[in-house]
Structure formats: structure tokens, C-alpha cells
Design a protein around this ligand. Structure first.
Ligand code: ZN
Length: 473
């Protein structure tokens, strides 16, 4: 190689990777993104069905047959439609399901600098409700399917896309409804959820590429103590508030047991290689058999580590009494639990009863989707994740390294909850792979002036194309 050749090679290596997409793809992906942002899909006044239909039309126009593009609307919920589309593959392996929600959190024009339902490009950013969460990824996935169709690309297995309603709230969750009513259409070996995971950047520079490979289970419990009450001038020891307060005090001092699974074990193994000395030693010590109890206690002082290592249950609401001068007849608390994979809400309800240790405190399950309070909680446990799947992660590492060089892929467990909670409960391993780059101090999902860097958007368009191709070659 000539000196000039070497210089060019070095310069090329130093130029940060940017999206390798042509102008037509750039325009197509931008048009789809704009169209989605400008269809209001809030629970209060939006129309999810309109967004689902708009995306269906795009796929039909690109050559998908009508039999493979369905807009499915729950009875009596005209605005809560969902899209399911399928690109047929060549092989006999079970399909891959990709999910994304079309609905967005409410946004008030008065709070925003721009109109949240207008797609605005300024200062190198796209503004609008859903630019981060998650019409961007929806548009990336639709763009990718259209590109695949136009190329005549035949994946090794079916790729199914479900764009759904009511992830952010509301009572018509599309993933839940599709699983209950159209399981055959979305059944898959595993699920790629574009709503979690992500590329963390610092002033645009990639720090890490996050993949959520497990998720905790969400459960609300209503604790109630009832009592005949009476006049507060002649108090008796049997008091509903004391019963409840004492029981909550016992809960506070009785954490759920330490437990690792395939994903958290791999996460701490990896983190131990670049943590501070004490943290690194503690992480290695909790991976041993038996784990070191002092190390567990030290790591659990960190709220995030604590939530990775334990099921957590914490009171979030309290309500008691009916008059200043009367003994309380009712005392109630809401306890919110985030349950480790492998355990059911009913199992945790039983453990709560044991920890509260007072037969006067009833523990009932509050079902978020129906609003009903039930005597028993669901018995289904979130599937226990194994070590992260190589067929999902190896291609992701390769593609991520070309787009965000130097940023390690970090596989972790989501401590919050996304629609993966439904697919995991239905027995489909689910991975959060919504890889779009957002600065750690510019997370505006659910907030005002939500925005996404223009370059991050096109990188994401490139990522989804390359990654979905890499796992279906
Ligand atoms: Zn979301």
C-alpha cells in the first residue's frame, strides 16, 4: 500500500460510522416517521386505529398482500386498533415477532415549545410526541419491512411485526389482546421489543448499547384492615391503623431473598470487569456458590443493584380513617411489587402475607387491566431467562460495533415493565433491542419537547435493516 493509501485507510478508520442509507430510504423513513408523529395516538383524544391503518397502507403499497397485513380492532374499542404484518420466510424455524406500541403519552400544546403533534426538524433534532417513545422505532421497523419487500429479500424465517395500542396506559393493551384473541398471528420463537434497550450517548458519543434480555413482573396488592371503630375519646388497642402500620414496618425490614438468573449473572460478571475495586470484589463474591452475604448487603444498598438482586415490594399509597374524632374503620395501603423472573404474583402474595404477619391484614391483587381487586393473583410466573441467546446477541454485537464503535453491548434485566411482560408470560423469550442513540441527559420520553437527534434516527433506520437481516440470513 502506498503512503497515500495508508493515510486514506487511517482517515477512514477514524471517521465515526454514520448511517449507510441512500437518499430514497432516508426520505421514505422520514415520511413514515412524520406521518406517525402527526397522527395523535393519545388515550384521551387520539386514534390508534388511524395510525395502524396508515402503516398498513404503506405496506400494501409496497407490495405486501392483503392476507399478510391486518388491522385488528377490539370490539367496542374503535380507536384501539393494532397492526399485524408478516414477511414470509423460507425456512421452517418458528417466526420472530417484533413489537412496538403506536400509542403515546398525553402532551399539552401549552407546555411545549412546538406543537407536539407536528413533526418539526430544527437544530439537528426531530421534535414531536413519540420521537423517542416510540414512533421512531415503529417507523424504523416499517421502513425495514418495506425495504425487504422491495428488494425481494426472503428471510430465513417469518418476520412478524405487531404495532399496538395502550402500552402507556388505557384498558385496551394491544399485545395482551392479540395474545388472547389472535395468538396464531403473532406466535413466535422469540420477541424483539423495540420499546426497551437503547444506545446511551454522552454529547452524541456512544457509551454503551443496552439490550434488555429479561424483565421483572409487575403486581399491585391492596392491603386492607377493617375494624368496628368507635369514639376516639375511648381508644382500644385493636386499631386498624396500628395493625396496618405495624405490618408495613415488618415488610420494610423483611426483604425478599437474593436471587440471580442467567441474565443478571452475566450482567454482574461483565460489570465486575470495569467497576471500582470494592464493587468488583462484591460482584465476584455474589456470583460464588454460596454467595457472600456481606457482599449482597453492600451491593443492595444501591437501589438499582438492589432491584436487580431481589423481588421488591414497596407501599406507594396509604388511606385510612373517616373522621378526626373516630377510630378508623378501614385502613388501606397499596403495595407495588416488581417480581423476579421465575416467580408468580400469587407466590409473592403468599410471601407478603407471611411478612406482614397479621391475619387482620387482607392482601388482595389489584388487576391493572380490568381495575378489579381479586382474592387471588395470577399463577403464571415470568419465564426464567437462561444465559443470553447467542443467535440474538452475536449479530447484534456485530452490527452495533459498526454503527457505534467502541460502545460495549450490555445485556441486562429491565427493572420496569414494558409490553414484554405479556410476551414473556406467554412463554416467548423477549429482548429489548430499541437501539436508538439518546444522550443520558436528554431522555425526554413522556416529557415536554420530546426530541430525537436526526443522525440518531437514520442510524436506527440503518440498524434495524442490518440487524434484522443479520438474524434472518
Ligand atoms: Zn414506550
Amino acid at each position: 500500500m502506498s503512503l497515500r493509501g495508508i493515510i486514506i485507510a487511517v482517515v477512514v478508520l477514524l471517521v465515526p460510522a454514520t448511517a449507510q442509507i441512500d437518499d430514497a430510504t432516508r426520505k421514505l423513513s422520514r415520511d413514515i416517521f412524520k406521518q406517525l408523529i402527526e397522527i395523535n395516538t393519545t388515550d384521551s383524544s387520539g386514534d390508534n386505529t388511524a395510525a395502524a391503518r396508515a402503516m398498513a397502507k404503506r405496506l400494501l403499497d409496497a407490495g405486501f398482500p392483503e392476507s399478510d397485513v391486518k388491522v385488528l380492532v377490539p370490539a367496542g374499542r374503535a380507536n384501539k386498533g393494532n397492526l399485524v404484518a408478516r414477511l414470509h420466510g423460507a425456512g421452517t424455524l418458528k417466526p420472530i415477532l417484533m413489537i412496538g406500541h403506536l400509542d403515546v403519552v398525553e402532551a399539552l400544546r401549552a407546555d411545549w415549545t412546538t406543537d407536539p403533534f407536528q413533526f418539526v426538524e430544527k437544530d439537528g433534532f426531530f421534535y414531536g410526541r413519540g420521537t423517542q417513545d416510540m414512533k421512531s422505532q415503529d417507523a424504523m421497523m416499517v421502513t425495514t419491512l418495506i425495504r425487504f419487500k422491495k428488494e425481494g429479500y426472503r428471510p430465513s424465517r417469518d418476520l412478524v411485526l405487531a404495532l399496538t395500542s395502550d402500552e402507556e396506559g388505557g384498558t385496551a393493551n394491544g399485545v395482551d389482546w392479540l395474545l388472547k384473541n389472535h395468538r396464531d398471528l403473532i406466535d413466535a420463537e422469540f420477541v424483539l421489543n423495540a420499546d426497551s434497550g437503547g444506545v446511551m450517548t454522552d454529547k452524541g458519543k456512544p457509551v454503551d448499547v443496552e439490550v434488555a434480555a429479561a424483565e421483572k413482573l409487575y403486581a399491585d396488592f391492596q392491603l386492607t384492615v377493617t375494624n368496628p371503630g368507635g369514639h376516639s375519646s375511648i381508644p382500644v388497642p385493636d386499631n386498624a391503623i396500628y395493625h396496618l402500620a405495624d405490618a408495613l414496618g415488618r415488610l420494610e425490614h423483611s426483604p425478599f431473598p437474593f436471587e440471580l438468573n442467567g441474565v443478571t449473572r452475566a450482567y454482574f460478571e461483565r460489570l465486575a470487569t470495569h467497576e471500582t475495586a470494592q464493587n468488583a470484589a462484591d460482584m465476584k463474591a455474589i456470583l460464588r456458590n454460596p454467595p457472600d452475604q456481606a457482599a449482597i448487603a453492600r451491593l443492595s444498598a444501591d437501589a438499582h443493584f438492589n432491584s436487580l438482586l431481589h423481588t421488591t415490594c414497596v407501599p406507594t399509597r396509604l388511606n385510612a380513617g373517616h373522621a378526626n374524632n373516630a377510630l378508623p374503620q378501614t385502613a388501606q395501603a397499596l403495595v407495588n411489587c416488581r417480581i423476579l423472573p421465575g416467580h408468580s404474583a400469587e407466590e409473592v402474595r403468599g410471601e407478603l402475607i407471611g411478612k406482614l404477619a397479621d391475619a387482620k391484614v387482607s392482601v388482595r391483587y389489584e388487576d391493572g387491566s380490568s381495575g378489579k381487586v381479586l382474592d387471588r393473583a395470577p399463577n403464571e410466573a415470568g419465564a426464567l431467562p437462561g444465559a443470553p441467546r447467542a443467535d440474538v446477541l452475536k449479530p447484534l454485537e456485530r452490527v452495533a460495533d459498526s454503527l457505534w464503535p467502541g460502545a460495549p453491548v450490555v445485556v441486562d434485566m429491565e427493572t420496569g415493565a414494558s409490553d414484554s411482560k405479556y410476551t414473556i408470560a406467554a412463554g416467548m423469550p423477549s429482548f429489548g433491542i430499541g437501539e436508538e442513540a439518546i444522550d443520558h441527559d436528554d431522555i425526554r420520553a413522556h416529557g415536554k419537547d420530546e426530541r430525537l437527534r436526526v443522525s440518531s434516527y437514520y442510524e436506527g433506520v440503518d440498524f434495524f435493516y442490518r440487524y434484522l437481516k443479520a438474524i434472518t440470513k
